[in-house]
Design a protein around this ligand. Sequence first.
Ligand code: FES
Ligand code: FES
Length: 157
Amino acid sequence: MINQPYPISCKVNGQTITADVSPEMRLLDFLRYELDLTGAKEVCGEGECGACTVVLNGKTVNSCLILAVEVNGSKITTIEGLSDVGNLNQMQEAFVDHHSVQCGYCIPGMVLSGEQIIKDHEKPSRDTIKEDLSGNICRCTGYQKIVDAIESVSETS
Ligand code: FES
Ligand code: FES
């Protein structure tokens, strides 16, 4: 039967999750509606804006483009898993300190992409930060302060 639920097991923010998911369920919907992890947002739903960014097996991905069945056996980190409840990690602190947050809708994706940039490059230039952040769109257009925040973390790590 093509629409039969499919059993998956994965680690989400360090916790083992087992579930039966429909074959057409997207990872974004699985996180938001099955696990109540609403940090990843849906805006375009077609891989253009980065609002739905999560980390899958160590790399940022657009969770609107991935099926939940595809993450069977994988490790996922969402914005909720970046720091303990009530605390902020260095990147999150930098976004606060640099006043990088306006409406906030793009920010979970921006923070996770910022983390990826710091991981991928030792002391990235401002141009590298901007280039690597090009998959994340901020509709409030506060790019300057977002780049400032990521740059400040890169300078201290
Ligand atoms: S909602 Fe996934 S990239 Fe825009
Ligand atoms: S802060 Fe509003 S979309 Fe980026």
